[in-house]
Design a protein around this ligand. Structure first.
Ligand code: FES
Ligand code: FE2
Length: 362
């Protein structure tokens, strides 16, 4: 019986109205993957843009993480620029130099007398933040959904890979790219391998089962796919050591999973890669890829992540190109919806999950 399950519609990939719904109900209504925690040593800060909201992530000198609105409480100036990873232990507004502690407390208001402003009444607005296995999740909701329940419902594929010990891994390399495509097109592309033979000749060499068009190996119950050589996502074998505590078939496999709504995790025996999607509107997405290794691997003489980085950059560039083609195609007035086949089963799951989370357009 042919399957005629429909894809999402032109409006789902294009319209400002749907994107606003997603911001309210998914990105800002739930939990978003925001950063890796090892970027935030005590005293550090960084800025992430979570679906149109600039969020300041800090770790105070007591080691506590904070997610704060990147907005000065005086006259509303943007407080910090992007990618300011180190600070002096405080945050000073570039406009009139109001200064905040890393936990958001207002600590200085130059040129004003002490009783002009009640400093205790004007801390930076705070968001909810949680750290799980070294991943920083932020919720912009006033009353966020229960974090554990959210992880179970939306991030079960990441939770299932917890044995790889993500909390002990450290980012060695970060890359960033802009993709002219809706975030859902990027997630959907991640969920199928019907394109692999054509788009990823190097990847199907490394993961032969992808030649079948399936994204998982149905002969295996653990969700992994077997690598044709080595223990890394790389064109050739690398001399990278196996992650601590990982052995047997886990070491020789690749596992992937989504972190709904805005991330992927890719794991092999030697390394893990977390890709984070930062939607910039209905038709644009910035993606960071963070390459994680055991700290002792990074510290060892001769550590070279280049083969892993280059291979994954190649595959990502191939994916980004086809995602942009899809965005161009679905923007046509001719496109109402597409059709999904049985080998798009994970795409179908994603579409259903997305629609259930987003809810109806009224
Ligand atoms: S707006 Fe920030 S100090 Fe005035
Ligand atoms: Fe792909």
């Amino acid at each position: 019986m042919p399957n005629d399950t429909r894809t999402l519609t032109r409006a789902d990939y294009l319209s400002d109205e749907i994107y606003e719904l997603e911001r309210t109900r998914i990105f800002h209504g739930g939990w978003m993957l925001a950063a890796r925690a090892d970027r935030l040593q005590p005293g550090n800060r960084t800025v992430v843009e979570l679906a149109g909201e600039s969020v300041l992530l800090t770790r105070d000198l007591d080691g506590q993480l904070h997610a704060l609105a990147n907005v000065c409480r005086h006259r509303g100036a943007r407080l910090c620029d992007q990618h300011t990873d180190t600070g002096q232990g405080s945050l000073m507004c570039p406009y009139h130099a109001w200064t905040y502690a890393l936990d958001g407390r207002l600590i200085a208001t130059p040129h004003l007398d002490n009783d002009d402003i009640d400093k205790a009444a004007f801390p930076l607005w705070a968001y909810h933040v949680r750290e799980w296995q070294g991943f920083v999740f932020v919720s912009l909701a006033k009353q966020p959904p229960d974090f554990e329940a959210w992880m179970t419902l939306h991030c079960s594929e990441l939770v299932a890979l917890e044995r790889f010990g993500f909390g002990g891994l450290v980012v060695a390399v970060t890359t960033t790219c802009d993709i002219e495509a809706n975030w859902k097109i990027i997630v959907e592309n991640y969920q199928e391998c019907l394109h692999c033979t054509r788009v990823h000749p190097e990847l199907v060499e490394l993961v032969p089962v992808y030649r079948t068009g399936w994204v998982t190996d149905h002969a295996r119950a653990d969700g992994g796919v077997t690598l044709s050589h080595g223990y890394s996502m790389a064109a050739t074998d690398t001399s990278l050591p196996i992650l601590p505590g990982i052995g047997g078939i886990d070491a020789q496999s690749y596992f992937g999973g989504t972190i709904f709504p805005n991330g992927f995790i890719d794991v092999t025996g030697t390394s893990a890669i977390v890709s984070t999607l930062f939607p910039k509107g209905p038709t644009r997405t910035t993606m960071t890829m963070e390459f994680m290794f055991a700290p002792e691997t990074i510290a060892a003489p001769g550590f070279d992540p280049t083969p892993v980085v280059e291979f994954n950059e190649l595959v990502a560039a191939q994916d980004n190109m086809v995602c942009e083609r899809v965005q161009q195609g679905v923007s046509s007035l001719a496109f109402t919806h597409g059709v999904l086949s049985p080998k798009d089963d994970l795409v179908i799951n994603f579409v259903q999950h997305y629609l259930a989370t987003r809810g109806p357009v009224v």
